[in-house]
Design a protein around this ligand. Structure first.
Ligand SMILES: [Zn+2]
Length: 215
């Protein structure tokens, strides 16, 4: 029967076309899902990168804030110190000390040179002072250190006794010094080196040096 045969082939081809359409649709759906996933991964990576940048910005801002607070604290302490006020006064009046030896407290001592040293105490900021009112404010002219000794050049240093206890011999600048004094602004890794005249103290200025225990 010719008709029956035609129906058969019609159905056959129709089924085949349907199958083809289904396959194409499946492939399209798969391709769409893949494209979606790639876009999603891309977006996720971008968001992670943005979050990393934002976190870093917050970290930097916090670090800056912390540093500013620390500086403000140090400045507050400095402002409260009589030595700082006298120093500012000296800047304003131009009175930087006569630099002579009259009426200065303390005495002169010979340098004790160090040929060797013990263990390192780390790096210290080393400033200088004498007994004048610019350096010592209300304590000026006192002929005694905080530990009761007579401040002596080439020997006396002011320290933070939590870092270097009184009586400790230390080595820096090639010499041996003794921790005998302290000061309001001398905290942590700070040392104030005693000089007989204000001029000598000014000449020293401020140095950062490695400090060792004497052996
Ligand atoms: Zn001075």
């Amino acid at each position: 029967m010719v008709i029956a045969k035609m129906d058969y082939w019609d159905n056959y081809y129709e089924n085949e076309r349907m199958e083809e359409i289904r396959t194409v649709n499946n492939l399209t759906a798969m391709a769409e899902r893949t494209a979606d996933r790639i876009a999603y991964e891309e977006l996720k990576a971008q968001k992670e990168e943005e979050k990393k940048k934002a976190d870093e910005a917050v970290r930097i801002a916090e670090e800056q804030k912390r540093k500013q607070a620390q500086e403000a604290m140090v400045n507050d302490i400095l402002r409260q110190s009589p030595r700082y006020n006298q120093y500012i006064l000296s800047l304003n009046t131009g009175d930087t000390g006569s630099g002579d030896t009259a009426s200065r407290g303390g005495k002169k001592g010979e340098p004790v040179y160090a040929s060797s040293h013990g263990k390192s105490l780390g790096k210290f900021v080393i400033t200088a002072y004498c007994t004048c009112k610019i350096c010592c404010g209300i304590y000026s002219g006192h002929n005694r250190t905080a530990s009761g000794t007579v401040p002596t050049t080439n020997r006396t240093i002011a320290v933070d006794t939590n870092v270097i206890p009184f009586g400790t011999k230390v080595v820096f600048n090639g010499q041996v010094y003794v921790a005998e004094d302290k000061g309001g602004a001398i905290n942590g890794n700070r040392i104030d080196l005693f000089f007989y005249t204000h001029k000598e103290a000014l000449n020293w200025g401020k140095k950062t040096m490695e400090v060792y225990l004497a052996d």
